[in-house]
Design a protein around this ligand. Structure first.
Ligand SMILES: Nc1ncnc2c1ncn2[C@@H]1O[C@H](COP(=O)(O)OP(=O)(O)OP(=O)(O)O)[C@@H](O)[C@H]1O
Length: 584
């Protein structure tokens, strides 16, 4: 897997910022590396006894200049890189979100949203830390190391003394190479277990009501505890190896200091090097230790975020299942018939087809009723018409055009789909209703709410249409939620409206009112009503009965009740239930 997918466009945009920051860091390091030399000169002059008061002031001023120069230049360089890092957050989350919206329903039902959420939050932050703090430290540390080595080489300190003092530090690259892959593997495990916990937490919070009503909290707590334990185990194994790694680096630094003290001290005593050179040498070795330790940290951070980057790139590499054809054309659902020809469809990996050999023509302007046992394929048909799943080529045509050759925005823009479980966002009721038609005025919104028979409920709230709904609209009852979602579908005034069991949670009287309003409102427009209750669709021009994914019966209500079959059976049961209820 290539790890440059997200980084390439990012660096293409931010390289001037990084270049500027490196230049600042380089200058800051060169300035800073002069510091031990200054102290060396100072020591030599002091030892020679020709240090004047004015020299002390001059050295102090020079040191102040070095310190302030380093702080200002390095500080600004740091700011620039941090700024560029934040840009990564912003750009990547935007790109990821756009990419997520292109992924199909199938992808979400297979992967769950917790894992995506974890990538969205943790992995982006992980990579950003490398790109800001990581690169910052890498730049400062490596430039300081180079500057120090350069300044040492240019000083009067003999090269063999420099070599002996710096030699232990040369083991650092070896240690990094040895520990790097282990750290990376373990941090990958940590990330994976964090993602699994997020997914599990999301599901458990989502289902908290079910958990409570079944009083199975202890089982759920135990399950969640197992997820958390797994994170702890993986984190501990990561901490063990990275602690050892981080301890080894300063240890090598100390070895360098010992070498410079021992050999440098001996040479100073022997008069081979001056006291100033000795002071400068020990200061240089000490000065090298911090950036070298930082380098170790940075490499750790980079290793960790490489795993995150790979996950992000992996996600960006997922191709949407449903893609628009290059020469896709718009559709006219108000004028063109929808033709299903021998439509057979199986969900990926499913052993049995959900729909088999469907032949049907949905003329523009007609009302089609679909009835059938649960699991008979009703929703599947709606999803194929929305192209949430891909029907086999040639099996669904709109006008003369295969649905695969129609522009997605044109197709979905002309369909109003109202699912049984109408999802409402944490926004105002008004915002939820105008979701598919942002420019709708208050009169239109109110009309849609009246048609969906939810108007009275809405105006009864103190804030009316401006009532803010809690997470997933929990302040509304199931029936109110369903009708608010129906109002959203009706407001769109789409050429094709699909009601997928959308009035199942309302009482019989309200259902009758809604059906009457629908007949009036959608007189010229195509409407597909999927329902379990025959009363919701008996007015349709054509009704099909699905059984095991096949059309078992078709006709008008009158035709279907006259022939033996599932429809007449359902009708008899529902009528009997209705009469029974009425007689009580
Ligand atoms: N995403 C999916 N992946 C795999 N199989 C699925 C998926 N969605 C539905 N199915 C299966 O396809 C079949 C038809 O399901 P569908 O939801 O279309 O039935 P339905 O008639 O709408 O049922 P209901 O009346 O209960 O809503 C069922 O056997 C179901 O298990």
């Amino acid at each position: 897997m290539q790890s440059t997918g997200l980084l390439k466009p990012y660096f293409a945009r931010t390289w001037p910022i990084y270049l500027g920051a490196f230049a600042l860091h380089a200058t800051a390091s060169v300035v800073y590396a002069y510091f031990p030399n200054l102290l060396g000169f100072f020591t030599d002059q002091l030892q020679a006894g020709d240090l004047l008061r004015s020299d002390v002031a001059r050295y102090s001023l020079l040191l102040l200049t070095v310190g302030a120069g380093h702080a200002l230049l390095g500080g600004y360089g740091q700011y620039l890189i941090m700024y560029a890092g934040r840009l990564f957050d912003y750009l990547t989350r935007r790109r990821l979100y756009t990419h997520f919206t292109a992924l199909s329903e199938h992808y979400y039902s297979r992967n769950g949203t917790g894992k995506l959420l974890s990538t969205f939050m943790n992995d982006v932050t992980g990579v950003r830390e490398s790109l800001s703090m990581g690169i910052n430290q890498l730049a400062m540390a490596s430039l300081l190391v180079v500057s120090c080595l350069g300044a040492m080489a240019l000083s009067d300190i003999p090269l063999y003394l420099i070599a002996a003092s710096v030699a232990p530090l040369l083991f650092i690259p070896w240690i990094v190479m040895r520990f790097g892959p282990v750290i990376r593997g373990r941090s990958h495990q940590v990330q994976e277990s964090l993602a699994a916990m997020t997914a599990s937490a999301e599901e458990q919070f989502g289902g908290i009501l079910v958990t409570k009503t079944f009083a199975v909290e202890p089982i759920m707590i135990e399950r969640f505890g197992a997820d958390v334990d797994r994170i702890r185990d993986h984190q501990l194994s990561l901490v063990r190896v990275s602690s050892l790694f981080q301890a080894l680096i300063p240890f090598l630094g100390s070895m360098s200091l010992i070498a410079s003290l021992a050999l440098g001290g001996y040479l100073a005593l022997a008069g081979t090097i001056s006291l100033g050179d000795f002071v400068a040498l020990t200061l240089y070795v000490r000065m090298l230790m911090n950036p070298l330790q930082q380098l170790g940290n940075v490499i750790n951070t980079l290793q960790r975020s490489r795993a995150s980057l790979e996950r992000l790139n992996g996600l960006m590499a997922v191709r949407p299942d449903i893609v628009e054809a290059e020469d896709a054309v718009p559709a006219r659902l108000d004028q063109e018939a929808i033709r299903l020809r021998d439509l057979t469809f199986s969900y990926p990996g499913a052993p049995e087809p959900a729909l088999a050999n469907l032949d049907l023509v949905i003329e523009p302007g007609m009302t089609l009723g679909i009835v059938g046992r649960t699991g008979s394929g009703k929703t599947t048909l709606a999803k194929l018409l929305l192209r949430a799943y891909e029907a086999p080529a040639g099996s669904i045509r709109i006008g003369g055009t295969d649905i695969r050759d129609i522009r997605l925005d044109s197709l979905r823009g002309q369909i109003g789909y109202v699912p049984q479980d109408g999802f409402l966002f944490s926004a105002t009721i008004r915002d939820n209703i105008v979701f598919g038609k942002r420019d709708a005025g208050q009169t239109e919104v109110e009309a849609a709410a009246k048609q969906a028979r939810v108007y009275d409920n809405i105006v009864a709230f103190p804030d009316g249409f401006e009532t803010k709904l809690g997470e997933r609209g929990i302040t509304l009852s199931g029936g109110q939620r369903q009708r608010a979602s129906l109002a959203r579908g009706l407001l769109k005034q789409a050429p094709l409206l699909i009601l997928d069991d959308s009035v199942s949670a309302v009482d019989a009287v309200t259902e009758t009112e809604i059906v009457a309003a629908l007949q009036e409102e959608r007189r010229e427009k195509t409407t597909i009503i999927i329902a379990h209750r025959i009363s919701a669709l008996k007015h349709a021009n054509l009704i099909i009965v699905l059984d095991g994914g096949r059309i078992a019966q078709r006709g008008t209500h009158e035709q279907l009740i006259a022939e033996p079959g599932l429809y007449a059976e359902l009708y008899a049961i529902q009528e009997e239930g209705g009469q029974h209820a009425a007689s009580r």
